[in-house]
Design a protein around this ligand. Structure first.
Ligand code: ASP
Length: 597
């Protein structure tokens, strides 16, 4: 460790952030403060890459200028905390990294203050090494020093600020809603907090501010938004966090399209005005049923075309047992076109078949148009003419590949939807820098919960049915469409919302539909039902996932990369150790006893 004891700041003031220096600063005297990112000792010259949250700049210590200073610099090690004063100059040897923002400049150091030393590091900052994620989380304060992570956090700030500015400009109030609440209705498990002063009673942490934002509309506050933390005690498979952030929005005296247009404005402000990424002012819309039919998903990734088409009629009876049997059972034959893959090898087609297997599609068939020929294992049944007609109908030209399968209509589309994405992925067709938005509208009102043998709200039970479908609420509930909408970006559900019910009578019908008796509904959501009796205005809203939005813009696949202090997939905060055991005394105070069996 250093022979220098750390020095005080002694009134030193920073003049610049490292990453902000440019050629125009040449000749200026600067004071920088930050961390030693890397150090290179070239005999009479020591180069330090100095880093702060804004970036990195090269600093030079020249033995010929000051031996004393040079000696002091020679004790520097990675992640020592320093202040330097020096002259910014045009860099003598061009930077190896041409993308480095400060590549044209270096600082010839005149004064060095070692503010702190640093022990050998458990994870490296200066190397984009694939460190164990557990270690990264345990030492998150070091991990966040990485330029990539600092950029992600800065981006998140920029996005949040842009969102706040936009809603402010549209007359929204940012209103905080409580964190200690009664249960909320998003359908996941609640996190519970025992009440010390009310023995035997618990708060829940909000799964979303849903009920409160609706009550704010009853209050006449008209336009609400909040950067809201939500808590859901779910299994953390995939890329979920027990606590996450939503951009939560509610508006009064509006209909569906008013909300969609408001959010289109937000997306345009954020992407185009703030981040300089061109996106259309109006975003495409598609009914849920069409999304499932054409893309096999309620969140289609439109970065690739590959639309699923029903070709049952065109193919008809062929004499090929598998397809004929499928037809007899009333199943469908569907498929899609992969552009430019008519010449795909056997190996590639086997890979596509594996994708089919993974999506529970045992039989995948191909028709390849290659150099004027048609090739297919189906050819002897279809005949060349029919095969060509099929290709023409599907839009498969010479050089293209048709992928086909048979099955029950909806599951077949869903499975082909997965295969479509796997193929697109394997061909690197999903460009992370392309942003394809889509509104999916007219979701079903209910879905069937097999386990509990009852209807459940597809979105949440405060969602209004489409007025045209309301008469089927009791007679054909699964056919009822809701005034619910999702905003999809590159195959991810970015936002969800709905026009709300604002009349008690309709609300009671929906509660009844999902099997809640009036008594249960009263006990759970009585305050909202009561509020509806006091002049609730028509209202609608939406919530956007801030973590996912930031991750997509940052080009990260995991939301953990854009959350300062995330939890691991077991819900553990490896930095603080939470959740932790508490003392018997603490348990007693909140009137709890363990029963860990
Ligand atoms: N509260 C809903 C959710 O968290 C969003 C909404 O309907 O505004 O999914």
């Amino acid at each position: 460790m250093s022979e220098y004891s750390p020095e005080p700041l002694n009134g030193l003031k920073r003049t610049d952030y490292c990453g902000d220096l440019r050629l125009k600063d040449a000749g200026r005297k600067v004071t920088l403060m930050g961390w030693v990112h890397r150090r290179r000792d070239l005999g009479g010259l020591i180069f330090i890459e100095l880093r702060d949250r804004s970036g990195i700049v090269q600093c030079v210590f020249d033995q010929n200028v000051s031996n004393e200073l040079f000696e002091k610099a020679s004790v520097l090690r990675n992640e020592f905390t320093v202040a330097i004063i020096g002259q910014a100059d045009q860099r003598k040897v061009p930077a190896k990294n041409a993308d480095l923002a400060t590549k044209d400049i270096e600082v010839n150091v005149e004064e060095l203050h070692i503010l702190n030393t640093c022990k050998p590091l458990p994870i490296q900052v200066s190397e984009e090494q694939v460190a164990d994620e557990g270690l990264r989380m345990k030492y998150r304060y070091i991990d966040l020093r990485k330029p990539r992570m600092a950029r992600n956090i800065a981006l998140r700030h920029k996005i949040t600020k842009s969102v706040r500015d936009y809603f402010d400009s549209k007359g929204f109030y940012e209103i905080e809603t409580p964190i200690l609440v009664a249960s909320t209705p998003e359908g996941a498990r609640d996190y519970l907090v025992p009440s010390r002063v009310n023995p035997g009673k618990f708060y829940a942490l909000p799964q979303s501010p849903q009920l409160y934002k609706q009550m704010l509309m009853v209050s006449g506050l008209d336009r609400y938004f909040q950067i809201a933390r939500c808590f859901r005690d779910e299994d953390l498979r995939a890329d979920r966090q027990p606590e996450f952030t939503q951009i939560d929005v509610e508006m009064s005296f509006v209909e569906r399209d008013d909300v969609l247009e408001m959010i289109e404005g937000l997306i345009h402000h954020l992407f185009t005005d703030t981040l300089g990424i061109e996106v259309p002012a109006k975003l495409q819309r598609m009914p849920y049923s069409e999304a499932l039919e054409k893309y096999g998903s309620d969140k289609p990734d439109l970065r690739v075309d590959m639309v699923i088409q029903d070709v049952t009629e065109t193919i008809g009876k062929t004499g090929f047992v598998i397809l004929d049997n499928a037809l007899e059972q009333g199943q469908k034959i569907k498929g899609f076109v992969v552009k430019g893959k008519g010449g795909s090898t056997r190996k590639e087609q086997d890979k596509y078949k594996d994708f089919g297997q993974n999506a529970s599609l045992p039989g995948l068939f191909f028709i390849a148009r290659h150099e004027g020929n048609v090739k297919s294992s189906l050819l002897k049944y279809l005949g060349e003419e029919k095969a060509l007609t099929l290709c023409e109908k599907m839009g498969a030209e010479d050089g293209d590949l048709v992928v086909l399968a048979a099955g029950e209509s909806r599951p077949l589309s869903v499975a082909l939807g997965k295969v479509r994405l796997d193929i697109a992925n394997s061909l690197n067709l999903l460009n992370p820098q392309e942003y394809k938005f889509l509104w999916v509208v007219d979701f079903p009102m209910y879905s069937w919960n097999e386990e509990e043998n009852r209807l459940e709200a597809e979105h949440h039970p405060f969602t209004s049915p489409l007025p045209s479908d309301a008469d089927k609420l009791e007679s054909a509930p699964l056919e009822v469409r809701a005034a619910a909408y999702d905003l999809v970006l590159n195959g991810c559900e970015l936002a969800s919302g709905s026009v709300r019910i604002h009349q008690r009578e309709m609300q009671e019908r929906i509660f009844k539909g999902i099997g809640l008796s009036i008594e249960e509904a009263e006990a759970k959501f009585g305050f909202l039902l009561t509020a509806f009796g006091y002049g609730a205005p028509p209202h609608a809203g939406i919530a956007l996932g801030l973590d996912r939005l930031t991750a997509i813009i940052a080009g990260e696949t995991s939301i953990r990369e854009v959350i300062a202090f995330p939890k691991n997939t077991n819900g553990i905060d490896l930095l603080s150790g939470a959740p932790v055991t508490v003392t018997d005394e603490q348990m007693k105070l909140v009137h709890l006893k363990y029963d860990l069996d």
